[in-house]
Design a protein around this ligand. Sequence first.
Ligand code: BEZ
Ligand code: FE
Length: 286
Amino acid sequence: MRNVSESNLTDAVLAKLEGAKDPRFKKVMTSLVTHLHAVIRETELTEKEWFAAIQFLTSTGKKCDHRRQEFILLSDTLGVSMLVDAINHRKPGGATETTVLGPFYVSGAKDMPMWADIAGDAPGEPAYVSGRVLDIMGRPIAGAVLDVWQTDGEGFYDVQRPGGDQQYARGKFTTGADGRYGFKTVRPVSYPVPTDGPVGKMLLGMGRHPYRPAHVHVIITAPEYERVATHLFVEGDKYLDSDAVFGVKHSLVVDFKAHPSGPAPGGGTSNVPYCSAEYDFRLVKS
Ligand code: BEZ
Ligand code: FE
């Protein structure tokens, strides 16, 4: 096509998709080109701004390695991850809602017995988290696996510590016939998403803080049920209404109740004050 101009350029690019064989690819690319061009037209983007955008994407890529995924962080902080999650996990009422996976999941966490302490020597206030895994009718699901991970009481995941090879605050628990799970940990605290890269600069430019409210991550899998990747958020956290990655759902906010030293969940005794949270997960058949 010759004489491509401001007015016909978008159509000229879209016409190039006519030969695309995969209909889904064609649909997504058509939408992408249409909206990308619309942004540039609407903002009358300058050349300097376009070059800044290219530099931003280049430095986002350069910040990625086997331990850091800056593009996922970009997607998370722009609400894209949660939008993809919402569209792909529409659940019936009463089912446990999903939320963002985040970059700190590590596969292969250790299998642990009921009431094991996942935190080990990690700093923080002792906490016990327990409940049941149920189906949508409230019946217990046996053999459900809960893969949990969280920060310590200073707001760091194990993989963020220098070296990052000392695993803590992670573990896998399998429910018995009663669907019950329970583990000891430390109370999670709110923490900032990584800000030492281009996404941190973007948040600053947008006038946003980088904090996530305190939470425990969990992925629940069970044969014949849909996998659920979700969080338990701590009631009262000051960032519940301004999560940097838009991940909070009302149904996932749990009270971490304070207790004096003495008898503790799981039949043990705590020599120090602790807190406890209870939550039942409800899974949908796949
Ligand atoms: C997290 O909760 O681990 C997380 C989620 C999104 C971005 C950064 C961290
Ligand atoms: Fe997290």
